[in-house]
Write a protein that binds this ligand. Structure first.
Ligand code: FAD
Length: 517
């Protein structure tokens, strides 16, 4: 039964349909679902744009499913058609149109957000079953307020869906200890590109389980994930310390992430900033509280054009005394060689710490930069090459900043599962690098083009120099580049595609495979 078709079925449809040669009438007849189907302007409004703001693509229709059967219905309708594709859309926070389907069906996963929320306990520990379309911020709030529990591994920003981050990896300051979010789920419900609804885990349908994790939406649509939980702490001591030398920054960061569980901080990240008073890229971005001042006279004369900041957090309970927390912090901080006098710290509730980027979102929404394009570049760079990367990229190409955070911090490969579809550089330690560019509202279109060109220059430099790196949220235009990206994992990726999405229906916006005729 088609419960509801948006009234405005119009001109735009002709355009979207012309891409696939598909008429909406034809498709709607074969779509047997309980949820809503939106087309025309309503569909384009939901699914025609993303956070990157650099792609604008018209879908044929947006499906707002009630549950997995509706999603399977959309996939099966696409399988029966000549050319139709299907993209799951989480919260549309991709940069390069990865959740779009030109002339295809976009499945709005947010409409299924509340289908699952069940906490359970097994001998291995507590877990929560959540919907693939649920936002991590809602998972956090409910787990903490109703059970005093919380997932272990987070992204910095939580306005992202469970299925969206699991399709990539989901990396943040806890990943050095627990691995990315893909290492913290034990079971999934998936609608495959062949239209099957399958439960999978490490023990059951394990090849599908690992394919989908980090699978860029290519093999199946995640409708439920079982996420591991731990007791939530009450409070967090949040600390930033400044370095002038990259090798001292990396040595301390690597030491911290290599300590045994429980004997280090609970969160370790880092970023590069400009050695100057620029309010967006320089000293003012470091202090954690309006009462803190960054005093540049503390910096040695020899400081260069950019500086480095380690960002650390320690969890504790309300029942822990101040002196116990101080002792734990000093025992670790005492070993680090940051610039004395450039240490900032605050204490805040655990949930507020995890929601810290929400404040930045609110500010960016007020000043308009949440809506302008975001030509972001994310990479994983091996420990072997991170020094060279610093010399060329941070100290030269990006020495004036990128209009937003420039993250760089180490991760441990042994915390990642090799069987997922994610590809990483070689070696146990590698760095995540994120150039999170924000564009002022007054900027000309050419400035966005320059930023995109600089991203390309960085990637090309990495390739030319033989830097051991992988793009995170990869975006390539040619098959050759995808083959290079996956390296010796390419044939496994292709085999998985043949097995679970044999007609190449799913996530066409990744531009890896073409829909089979
Ligand atoms: P979408 O952009 O909607 O989708 C991404 C891809 O996944 C698409 O190919 C889509 O088809 C597919 N997909 C979506 N849902 C499903 C599903 N249920 N099943 C299968 N495939 C699906 N990432 C980090 O790792 N760490 C961070 O700290 C971090 N911070 C961020 C901060 C901001 C402000 C933003 C905008 C992004 C950040 N990201 C971070 C990146 C984020 O993880 C990715 O952009 C992610 O894809 C966004 O999730 P989404 O729910 O919006 O997915």
């Amino acid at each position: 039964m088609i419960a509801y078709i948006e009234p405005y079925f119009l001109d735009n449809d002709a355009e979207a349909a012309s891409v696939t040669g598909q008429s909406f009438d034809g498709v709607s007849e074969s779509l047997d679902i309980q949820g809503e189907i939106l087309c025309g302007g309503a569909a384009a409004d939901i699914a025609g744009k993303d956070f990157g703001g650099m792609n604008c693509v018209k879908p044929l229709a947006v499906v707002r499913p009630v549950g997995p059967e509706d999603i399977a219905g959309a996939v099966r309708a696409a399988l029966r058609s000549d050319k139709l594709t299907v993209a799951a859309r989480g919260n549309g926070h991709s940069i390069n149109g990865q959740a779009m389907a030109e002339g295809g069906l976009v499945v709005d996963m947010r409409s299924t957000a509340e289908n699952h929320f069940e906490v359970g306990f097994l001998p291995g520990g507590a877990f929560v079953d959540v919907s693939g379309g649920e936002l991590w911020e809602n998972v956090l709030k409910r787990c903490v307020s109703e059970y005093g529990l919380a997932p272990r591994s987070w992204t910095d920003y939580l306005g992202l869906t469970v299925g969206g981050t699991l399709s990539n990896a989901g990396v943040g300051g806890q990943a050095f200890r627990y691995g990315p979010q893909t290492s913290n789920v034990t079971e999934l419900d998936v609608v495959t590109g062949n239209g099957d609804v399958v439960t999978c885990s490490e023990m059951e349908n394990s090849e599908l389980f690992f394919s989908v994790l980090g699978g860029l939406g290519q093999f199946g649509i995640i409708t439920r994930a079982r996420v591991l939980l731990q007791p939530a702490p009450d409070m967090v001591r949040w600390i930033r310390i400044v370095y002038t030398e990259f090798d001292e920054f990396t040595r301390d960061a690597e030491w911290l992430v290599s300590q045994k569980d429980e004997s280090s901080f609970d969160y370790v990240e880092g970023f590069v900033f400009v050695n100057g008073d620029d309010p967006v890229n320089g000293w003012p971005i470091v202090p954690l509280h309006p009462d803190h001042d960054f005093d540049p006279t503390q910096l040695p004369q020899s400081s260069g054009s950019v500086l480095y900041c380690l960002e650390l957090a320690l969890h504790y309970r309300d029942s822990d005394s101040n002196s116990t927390v101080d002792k734990r912090v000093e025992r670790l901080i005492g070993r680090l060689r940051f610039v004395e006098g450039l240490r900032f710290e605050v204490e805040l509730p655990y949930v507020d710490f995890l929601l810290r980027v929400k404040r930045a979102e609110e500010i960016a929404k007020v000043n308009g930069t949440w809506e302008t394009p975001h030509p972001w570049l994310n990479l994983f760079v091996s420990k072997r090459d991170i020094g060279e990367f610093d010399r060329t990229v941070f100290k030269e190409l990006a020495k004036n900043g990128v209009g937003g955070p420039m993250l760089v911090y180490p991760l441990l490969r042994s915390r990642w599962n090799d069987r997922t579809s994610v590809v990483l550089p070689e070696g146990e330690i590698f760095y995540i690098v994120a150039l999170l560019r924000f564009v002022p509202t007054c900027a000309k279109p050419s400035s966005v083009e320059k930023m995109v060109a600089q991203n390309q220059e960085i990637v090309q430099w990495c390739v030319r120099k033989g830097i051991d790196f992988k793009l995170y949220f990869p975006h390539y235009k040619s098959r050759e580049e995808w083959i290079r990206h996956f390296g010796n994992r390419w044939s496994r990726f292709v085999d998985r595609k043949t097995m679970y999405d044999s007609m190449a229906i799913l996530s066409p916006g990744q531009k890896i495979f073409n829909r089979a005729p």
